[in-house]
Design a protein around this ligand. Structure first.
Ligand SMILES: [Zn+2]
Length: 167
């Protein structure tokens, strides 16, 4: 079994649990989507880049409303979120050509959720050996620069998607 370690996440998870404000709701309040790392705004959900990614291109899909339980989410939210998983995978395939994906929800602190009050679906592109490589390069500063290039790389694809939805 390959064990994926991301030690820098631990400080983040600890910090997030202490934080009273929700990172998703806070991101939505920002006027600049690029600064907030929001790639796409749907009807009920949005797509955002994870600021503390497991791998490059680690995206998250979350509803606009601050909702903890996925099982109680209204159908329209779940349907659109599922469609956005498809969109995210197909865009990441085109832009990063990963060899695989991890897709899923961490519900509750015990399951490893950094943010417990606002459910979100992770879409993580994977490459062979990335779990060995990432902790070495996982310095905050490196990531800050990388996140913006991730944003600029993915945004045109999501823009196309927005146009498709407008039609
Ligand atoms: Zn929230």
């Amino acid at each position: 079994m390959r064990y994926c370690t991301a030690p820098w996440r631990l400080t983040y998870v600890k910090k997030a649990l202490k934080m009273k404000k929700c990172v998703f709701c806070e991101a939505l309040k920002k006027k600049d989507d690029r600064e907030a790392l929001i790639l796409y705004r749907g009807k009920h959900n949005f797509v955002i880049i994870n600021r503390f990614p497991y791998t490059t291109g680690h995206l998250m899909i979350a509803p606009y409303c601050h909702l903890a339980s996925f099982e109680k989410a209204p159908r329209e939210i779940v349907v659109e979120a599922t469609e956005l998983i498809q969109t995210a995978i197909s865009i990441l395939k085109k832009s990063y050509r990963p060899h695989g994906f991890n897709v899923g929800l961490n519900l509750g602190q015990a399951a490893g959720a950094g943010v417990t009050g606002h459910f979100h679906i992770h879409v993580v592109p994977r490459w062979p050996g990335d779990s060995n490589f990432m902790p070495i390069v996982g310095q905050t500063k490196v990531f800050c620069e990388d996140l913006m290039s991730t944003y600029d790389r993915l945004k045109p694809y999501f823009k196309k998607e927005e146009k498709k939805q407008e039609k």
